[in-house]
Design a protein around this ligand. Structure first.
Ligand code: SAH
Length: 292
């Protein structure tokens, strides 16, 4: 069976009386080159253990199964169970867990179900959970690479730098932990049903060290508080945004810290790079009161 052929998928789904669920972000691939290229971009070999979130009818799963040592899939929709049983019947290195990926301990699963293998993630993510799923994957701390298809708009935000309209707190969070690469775009015509937006495949690679040296956890936490404050209110100056959202931080201290670093006190957070936020957090820590 060709799992990316539109007519074959429709017939398979009809035979199992399957109905698409919008709330589960179900858009299945109907172009063979897409799962092939995603799997080929994920850097897999027999020593890799892949976590896939949302296998659908299993077209990407089959490509992963060919290339990796083991594949662990988490699928929310139990209605796909009889379908996947059929489509993956010959894939001996694939295991499927029917559960909500957002409620699972991904690090524990990788340890227990992909033992002795280099853990990576590769998936066509359900787009309604892109940010929480990526956050959970990154915070699990064990996945060396994450090759995923997501909405192009979110992909751009993840890869954006200062000065771009796409630059924001989520991108800074991802870039703090991972190197980011935008690989290729996939048009809506490659899916059934077709999503409204273009998709992009990105590859994230875990960094050994954060991109900028930081003097400790406190400074790192302060850095993220400043980042979140700045982008929650991106039209405000950094000083005003920080003062209104970080308890105990008054405007004068932030102004002094900015001046000490050579910035205008009216600067907006969106022009600061990650290293600027780190320098500011460290400068503020040097002058701080015990509230932080
Ligand atoms: N990989 C397939 C399907 C992608 S659609 C393909 O490329 O064709 C997204 C898939 O994620 C669907 O199968 C959907 O049921 C599943 N899904 C949605 N939310 C989920 C969640 N919270 N946990 C696990 N799987 C989920």
């Amino acid at each position: 069976m060709n799992l990316t052929d539109y007519n074959e998928i429709r017939a398979l789904l009809a035979r199992h009386k399957f109905r698409f669920s919008k709330s589960m972000g179900q858009n299945f691939l109907t172009a063979a080159w897409v799962p092939e290229d995603i799997a080929a971009s994920a850097g897999l070999d027999e020593k890799t253990g892949v976590l896939e979130i949302g296998p659908g009818v299993g077209c990407l799963t089959r490509e992963l199964s060919k290339r990796a040592g083991r594949v662990l899939c988490i699928e929310l929709d139990k209605a796909l169970k009889p379908i996947l049983k059929e489509t993956l019947s010959d894939c001996e290195n694939v295991e499927i867990l029917y559960a909500n990926a957002l409620k699972e301990d991904l690090a524990a699963l990788a340890r227990e179900r992909l033992p002795g293998l280099r853990p990576v993630v590769c998936a066509n993510l359900p787009y309604n959970i892109t940010s929480p799923a990526l956050t959970a994957i990154i915070e699990a701390g064990c996945f060396e690479t994450v090759t995923v298809m997501i909405q192009r708009e979110v992909a751009r935000r993840i890869c954006a730098g200062p000065g771009s309209a796409d630059y924001g707190a989520f991108g800074i969070f991802v870039q703090w932990h991972m190197e980011t690469e935008l690989l290729f775009d996939v048009p809506p015509s490659c899916f059934v049903p077709q999503p409204k937006v273009t998709s992009s495949v990105i590859r994230l690679t875990r960094r050994e060290q954060p991109p900028v040296a930081v003097s400790g956890e406190e400074a790192e936490e302060m850095m993220f508080r400043l980042v979140r404050a700045a982008f929650n209110q991106r039209r405000k100056t950094l000083v005003n945004a920080a003062a209104s959202q970080i308890p105990g931080l008054d405007k004068e201290r932030t102004e002094r810290a900015l001046t000490a670093l050579g910035y205008d006190t009216r600067v907006r957070g969106e022009v600061l790079g990650v290293s600027d936020f780190v320098r500011l957090a460290e400068e503020l820590r040097g002058t701080q009161n015990p509230d932080f």
